[in-house]
Design a protein around this ligand. Sequence first.
Ligand code: 5GP
Ligand code: ZN
Length: 115
Amino acid sequence: MDKNCLFCKIIKGEIKAKIAYENEKVFAFYDINPQAPTHVLIIPKLHISGAPEIDDNNRTVVSDLIIAANEIARQSGIDKTGYRLVLNCGPDAGQAVFHLHLHLLGGRKLNWPPG
Ligand code: 5GP
Ligand code: ZN
């Protein structure tokens, strides 16, 4: 836990968010500024600043996030129509919050390449 981290505060309930899913290792909540009909952020309960911090010591975190995302996609009814999983890494990708978060986007046709 990082005292100054927005997403750690959301996990602790200090900042309110609409919860989409939770298990022992993972927390997921609806994005405050949704870019698609379904837009959920899936985060590890452990504070990790972003995907560039993933290495051999914490590699299972990534699969925990993806397994949770797939479950949320099923719950949201977008598993058959499709969805996008996004990890923004650093300034050029527009990463604004430095607690690892996997974006789950779906419920509409998504453009490629992204902006
Ligand atoms: P990033 O650009 O870092 O990949 O994505 C950060 C995401 O967090 C953005 O999509 C933004 O809308 C979302 N976000 C920022 N602050 C809050 C908040 O307080 N609550 C929720 N639910 N989402 C937030
Ligand atoms: Zn954090």
